[in-house]
Design a protein around this ligand. Structure first.
Ligand code: FA5
Length: 350
């Protein structure tokens, strides 16, 4: 080993190694650097092996110099590692910063459908008047939907309520009135019977602005001793005032239903023109919201209540029509199309 050459090589190696080290940017190249300059096959390792060939004085001097070089490179390496760790942490902190002041992703909060709202409102009003709320089957028998309601086969009244048949005997109910009989059968012989029945009904009606083939009804039924037409009118008046406001009035017009006698169509004062007459009410000042009447003696008898001892009233309203009136909806089909632009207008309803 040539001492003179070593005296030049040591500082050369130091500056070369340190210059390279400071240019390294990642751990992989840093590792390669360590292998090259401090590893088993590094120049330093070669030199150490050859120290034995030197004279004792040269060996001591060269040994010290090589050792010092190795220490310099090792601590430079450690320092560079540390720097790189710090840079890495800084980079992570920079890249993974969370700006908690940014607005979040809004969560769409749903709300109830206007039909559901109006049903709840109708139920609330009647519950406060002491009515119980019950529900019945949408698939009905011909007997309950028609015959026990005094509508025999081939009766012309069936034409107004044509429906979807599942078999000769089974059909989709055309109204909630079959529940009049079912409820009375269940409660018999108890009085008073005082229920409302909300639910879906079906008819073979052409869909248009005021008709749907599937819609809702709320049936009402009261059976007791001495129930009179004035009870019916008073109850519906209370209902109309609670739903549309204290100024509201109702009007009964004579009508026909096979299961009530006498029967009436019930109108409320047009809420658009306050009874002055407008396009909505066809200039009459009144709008029909339901059918009603005194429970027919045949229906009482079919359900097991003696018509001589008991009387009752019943009504059947269309909540879609009531919602249209109350919320100013011009076409019933809007209620079934799930168009969010329409439905969102009802998000503030309480
Ligand atoms: C009936 O269905 C009788 N069951 C009501 C009744 C009950 C009378 C108890 C007497 C005693 P009507 O067919 O008129 O009657 O229907 C009642 C209400 O349902 C109507 O006033 C209307 O608001 C609503 N309605 C009827 N057909 C449709 C339809 N196709 N689409 C939307 N609503 C309808």
């Amino acid at each position: 080993m040539d001492m003179d050459k070593l005296q030049r090589d040591i500082p050369d190696l130091r500056s070369k190694a340190l210059a390279e080290l400071s240019s390294l940017e990642d751990r992989r190249t840093l590792d390669a650097w360590r292998v090259e300059y401090l590893g088993k096959k590094s120049e330093i390792a070669q030199w150490m092996k050859m120290l034995g060939n030197l004279s004792p004085d040269d060996r001591r001097m060269a040994g010290q110099q090589i050792h010092a070089l190795r220490q310099t490179l090792e601590s430079a390496f450690t320092e560079r590692m540390r720097e790189m760790d710090e840079l890495e942490i800084e980079r992570k902190l920079r890249e993974e910063t969370l700006d908690i002041t940014l607005p979040g992703t809004p969560q769409a909060i749903g709300h109830l459908h206007p039909i559901t709202r109006i049903l709840m409102e109708i139920e609330d009003i009647f519950v406060k008047m002491g009515f119980a709320v019950v529900e019945g089957p949408e698939v009905e028998t011909d007997a309950y939907n028609f015959e026990m309601l005094n509508v025999p086969k081939d009766h012309p009244a069936r034409d107004m309520q044509d429906t979807f048949y599942l078999s000769e005997e089974l059909l989709l109910r055309t109204h909630t009135s079959p529940m009049q009989v079912r409820v009375m059968e269940q409660m018999r012989p108890n009085i008073p019977v005082k229920v409302i029945v909300p639910g879906r009904v079906y008819r073979r009606d052409e869909d248009d602005a005021t008709h749907s083939h599937a819609f809702h009804q709320v049936e009402g039924l009261v059976v007791d001793q001495n129930i009179r037409m004035s009870d019916l009118k008073g109850t519906l008046e209370e209902f109309a005032k609670a739903l549309f406001g204290p100024e509201q009035a109702v009007r009964l017009r004579p009508s026909f239903f096979p299961f009530t006698e006498p029967s009436a169509e019930v109108d409320v004062r047009c809420i658009h023109c306050k009874g002055q007459g407008c396009r909505v009410c066809k200039q009459t000042g009144w709008i029909e919201i339901l059918g009603a009447g005194m429970v027919h003696p045949n229906v009482l008898a079919a359900a097991g209540y003696s018509p001589d001892a008991y009387s009752g009233f019943a009504f059947g309203m269309g909540p879609e029509r009531i919602a249209m009136l109350k919320y100013g909806i011009s076409d019933i089909r809007l209620l079934y199309q799930n168009d969010l632009r329409f439905l969102r207008q009802f998000s503030q309803l309480r």
